[in-house]
Design a protein around this ligand. Structure first.
Ligand code: NAD
Ligand code: UDX
Length: 475
């Protein structure tokens, strides 16, 4: 086995940051250094205003980064990538792999340029043997390409072993997912040195993950399993969302349908919430990548199958926006609409591929004035998502508010786009939970609530004189 004294993680984002913090926290004798080309991100990780919001993250980072009477600091953040690589025995590569915006496979294939650049730096800098762990989600066969690059430009005296170890955390629950994972997946070559590298990585996880949850596979299976998991989760939500359209057209209730279906042990209850459409940086990108891989393998039927999941997700977002317009007498000119929630899901400030972006754009295109509130998304991010990409005049029609009450004041309709607990009326009103009665009093006719996340009790809202539209329910 390899002796691991120092671990390095290239990429200090939503995956690299939390994953490194947990590895450091659970392996106090190992030094963990997180590096990034983005200086602002690194200095934020060194401060107490972390660059991402994730419940419990600050405490975990502080424990390992700042140390205490009973433990030495072992989590470090730096932009000195070369030094961090030089000192590391094992390197996680957790850089972004977004959908390509130009060139071959544009709009579908995943961009592996950031990953290649990280690998080149490793090849150029490394003077001692290293295990390189593919943490990013990558196209099938990427580990093989990494080995080719290392063979071509790496120091011939240095031995590299490449592993695939995809990350399955979801944003908003990252710490819980890292601490109690369903499984840890490690893909390796079946050579003796591949297996030894695999066991070395296993040891790093074994300090807190039971052995039975650490599974090992071939490199290609591991790479494909990550794409498959995201594709199947996205497809599952799309299944429910497709049924929500049938519910709205008939009077069936999607919550009752999901509950009845999910009680089948073979199906299970999770990820069956109807919504305004799924968002986030992973599902769309990874389904596009899977479809593109199928296409390059001359499997057009398979590509079309997965592409249809994305088409339906777009349809679901559009259908919701159109329903708002239709209910508001088919015109939004001179109408004011409050948007509650802009993040792609609760407990994160992330807006990548958030359904709120295209829904707000559709409402703005119809001439609406929107007032918007999200508890965690920074103002500049909303501005970047809506105004920088929006048409002329967008700026004058958007007001970003500090509270839900401000956003809902004097509006014709309230639209819930993220399932933040504070917007729900299913619990008693608390300081942190909004008072719908107060909201209802300040709204203008026709006083609609469009709940794109089904987090409100419609009967209670109706008692306040509000008209309510839920996903997959016709009231
Ligand atoms: P991110 O954009 O938040 O972070 C990636 C970081 O890598 C950025 O800070 C960027 O500056 C840095 N970077 C890029 N090239 C670099 C280089 N050559 N050297 C050093 N730093 C570099 O991305 P993320 O959300 O953390 O996702 C990272 C990977 O993990 C992706 O492949 C993604 O598909 C996968 N993933 C993401 C999630 C999630 O919930 N976000 C979950 C599982 C897997
Ligand atoms: C996803 C995967 O869950 C995770 O395993 C992977 O590592 C990264 O991609 P993430 O995108 O962070 O995680 O969040 P997730 O909880 O999966 O939600 C994705 C989107 O689906 C969100 O917009 C969410 O609101 C939506 N969703 C989720 C639904 O519409 N209905 C559901 O039942 C669950």
């Amino acid at each position: 086995l390899w002796k691991v004294r120092n671990v390095c993680c290239i990429g200090a984002g939503y995956v690299g940051g939390p994953t490194s913090a947990v590895i450091a926290s659970k392996n106090p004798s190992v030094g963990v250094t997180v590096t990034d080309i983005n200086e602002r991100r690194i200095s934020a990780w060194k401060s107490n205003r972390l660059p991402i919001f994730e419940p419990g993250l600050l405490e975990t980072v502080q424990e390992a980064r700042d140390g205490s009477a009973s433990r030495r600091p072992n989590l470090f953040f730096t932009t000195d990538i070369e030094a961090a690589i030089g000192a590391a025995d094992l390197i996680f590569v957790a850089v972004n792999t977004p959908t390509k915006t130009s060139g071959r496979g544009v709009g579908r294939a995943s961009e592996t340029g950031f990953l290649e650049s990280a690998i080149r730096t490793i090849a150029e800098v490394a003077e001692t043997d290293k295990i390189i762990v593919e943490k990013s989600t990558v196209p099938l066969g990427t580990a093989g390409l990494i080995r080719e690059i290392l063979d071509a430009i790496g120091n011939p005296g240095v031995h590299f072993e490449v592993l695939s170890n995809p990350e399955f955390l979801a944003e908003g629950t990252a710490l819980k997912d890292l601490l109690l994972p369903d499984r840890i997946l490690i893909g390796s070559l079946s050579s003796p040195s591949g297996i030894s590298a695999c066991d070395t990585l296993r040891n790093l996880y074994s300090t807190w993950v039971p052995q039975s949850k650490i599974i090992t596979t071939h490199l290609l299976s591991s790479e494909l399993a990550k794409l498959a998991a995201n594709a199947m989760l996205g497809q599952r939500i799309t299944n429910v969302n497709s049924l929500s359209a049938i519910c709205e057209a008939t009077g069936a209730n999607i919550e009752e349908v999901s509950n009845a279906v999910g009680l089948d042990f073979r199906i299970g209850p999770k990820m069956l919430n109807a919504s305004v459409g799924f968002g986030g940086s992973c599902f769309k990108k990874d389904i596009l990548s899977l479809a593109y891989i199928a296409e390059t393998l001359h499997l057009p039927e398979i590509a079309a199958y997965w592409t249809s999941v994305l088409e339906l997700n777009e349809y679901q977002k559009d259908r919701f926006a159109q329903r708002i317009v239709r209910c508001l007498y088919s015109t939004l000119t001179n109408k004011k609409i409050a948007i509650l929630g802009f993040a792609f899901k609760k407990n994160t400030g992330d807006t990548r591929e958030s359904p709120a972006i295209s829904i707000c754009q559709a409402l703005l295109d119809e001439g609406a004035q929107i007032t918007l509130y999200d508890p965690k998304v920074p103002k500049h991010q909303i501005w970047a998502d809506l105004v920088c990409n929006g048409g002329e005049g967008t700026e004058e029609n958007i007001t970003i508010c500090e509270t839900a009450y401000q956003a809902c004041h004097d509006v014709n309709a309230v639209v819930i786009l993220t399932e933040w607990d504070e917007f729900s009326n299913r619990q008693p009103v608390e300081p942190a939970r909004m008072d719908w009665e107060r909201v209802a009093k300040t709204m203008r006719q026709p006083r609609y609530v469009f709940d794109g996340r089904n987090i409100t009790d419609a009967v209670e809202l109706q008692k306040l004189g509000l008209r309510v539209e839920h996903i997959g329910k016709s009231l």
